[in-house]
Design a protein around this ligand. Structure first.
Ligand SMILES: NC(=O)c1ccc[n+]([C@@H]2O[C@H](COP(=O)([O-])OP(=O)(O)OC[C@H]3O[C@@H](n4cnc5c(N)ncnc54)[C@H](O)[C@@H]3O)[C@@H](O)[C@H]2O)c1
Ligand SMILES: [Zn+2]
Ligand SMILES: [Zn+2]
Length: 398
């Protein structure tokens, strides 16, 4: 089959690989009909989330048709149309029972302390081959897979595989009340769906921070007040907009490839960012403007801690690697800030979100700005990596 394979930092290839096969009684093989590209995949290729093993198939978003089932699988059968959640959980350990699937004791082959297991990730997360491929092996199928109702399209379903539950969890973690103010850092696909979820639960005072005009425009179209950090100091602006207090809640939907401001480059600590970057990705491999690591790894977090109201809450859904050890803990502690963070427990949120979509209560399909045939995946990656206008959510037609 054809699959998108990680070769090295800055090097991916679409190539022929062996078809996946059933290995365990709870496995199924799914023939994918949709996949997608995520900001997390960019971290791997830029090298800012290091450790992806050579020849790992990338991709952790998928919708498809069950083709083959292991001998103990009971809830799905060949021919069923299913959503595959990005993170893998066994469904029966003490963590999965609490729906903390991202910390399952059993799914990660490196043991109970190894953390999240997910498709198409670094060696330390499995590795499990991913879903930018014609087929995928899904472990723990009975606990993981969700059948797609007839009136839900593949395009709606693919957003449920990762980014909608992720956005919803970011909102849940921030513990917001109706009249609170909130700033969303990052207006990529995850940030856009965070804003959509905030609106869905009735939040009105939303500030969106980014520096890419087309992404800010999309956030503005959703009714947010937008802040371009290349034009104004986002911390000062957020304080101005909240009577000097700062937003009550902040969501970081940026992650490790954060950029520092062009405008404020000389004020903020460029040397510190360079040291952070050298530690995380000592050998970046930029290629013709692509795969360039962000030049301010902890920038969004620093702004979040500076801007947050006293006793406010910060929710970190952007991905950071083990190698990042700097965080403004003193400033956060002295403001009585609550910080929640983590990899998404996708399967927890799927039944509720699927119901919203099935009933027509939540329309999100328009966040898919590009539908690209699978054979054009490398070009699509490059457009998305370069943040070209209207390359926001890229869905792959398999
Ligand atoms: N925790 C999880 O389970 C989970 C799941 C999915 C995605 N993610 C993460 O969410 C993050 C966003 O994903 P995405 O697909 O939207 O990625 P993306 O790369 O398309 O979006 C990131 C956005 O942040 C903006 N940005 C850069 N520096 C900034 C700064 N200093 N302040 C404000 N905005 C800044 C960029 O311009 C870009 O628009 C990534 O880190 C991704 O890995 C996490
Ligand atoms: Zn993702
Ligand atoms: Zn488990």
């Amino acid at each position: 089959m054809k699959a998108l394979v990680f070769k090295a930092i800055g090097d991916i290839e679409l190539q022929d690989v062996a078809d996946p096969a059933i290995q365990d009684a709870q496995d199924v093989i799914v023939r994918l009909t949709r996949s997608a590209i995520c900001g997390t995949d960019l971290h791997f290729i830029r090298g800012t989330v290091p450790g992806v093993a050579k020849n790992t198939i990338l991709g952790h978003e998928g919708v498809g048709i069950v083709e083959e089932i292991g001998k103990e699988v009971k809830t799905v059968k060949p021919g069923d149309r299913v959503i595959i959640p990005s993170t893998i959980g066994c469904g029966h350990c003490s963590y999965c029972k609490q729906e903390i699937y991202a910390q399952c004791d059993n799914a990660n082959p490196h043991g109970p302390q190894a953390g999240t297991a997910f498709f198409g990730g670094p060696q330390s997360t499995g590795p499990f081959n991913g879903m930018q491929a014609e087929k995928v092996r899904v472990p723990y199928a009975d606990a993981m897979l969700l059948k797609i109702p007839k009136n839900v399209t593949d395009d709606q379903a693919i957003l449920l595989s990762d980014i909608l539950p992720t956005a919803y969890m970011a909102v849940e973690m921030v513990n917001i009340h109706t009249n609170d103010t909130i700033a969303v850092f990052g207006c990529g696909p995850v940030g856009q769906l965070v804003i959509a979820c905030l609106k869905k639960i009735g939040i009105k005072k939303i500030f969106a921070v980014d520096h890419i005009p087309s992404r800010l425009q999309m956030a503005r179209d959703q009714g947010s007040y937008v802040i371009n950090f290349d034009e104004v100091d986002p911390v000062k602006k957020l304080q101005e907009l909240t009577n000097g207090q700062g937003p009550d809640r902040i969501i970081d939907a940026v992650g490790i490839d954060a950029q520092k401001s062009n405008r404020l480059a000389d004020i903020f600590n460029t040397k510190e960012f360079k040291e952070e970057l050298d530690k995380i990705v000592p050998h970046p491999q930029p290629d013709n403007g692509n795969w360039v690591p962000g030049n301010g790894p902890s920038q969004a977090l620093q702004w979040a801690v500076k801007a947050i109201a006293k006793a406010g809450t910060i929710s970190i859904i952007g991905v950071y690697p083990q190698e990042l050890t700097s965080f403004a803990i003193g400033a956060a502690m002295n403001k009585n800030v609550t910080i929640r963070m983590g990899n998404c427990n996708h399967r927890k949120y799927l039944p509720m979100l699927l119901e919203w979509i099935e009933k027509g209560e939540f329309n999100i399909e328009h966040f898919i700005t590009q539908k690209v045939p699978f054979k054009e995946i490398i070009a699509a990656y490059k457009h998305f990596d370069a943040r070209e206008d209207n390359w926001i959510k890229v869905v792959l037609l398999m």
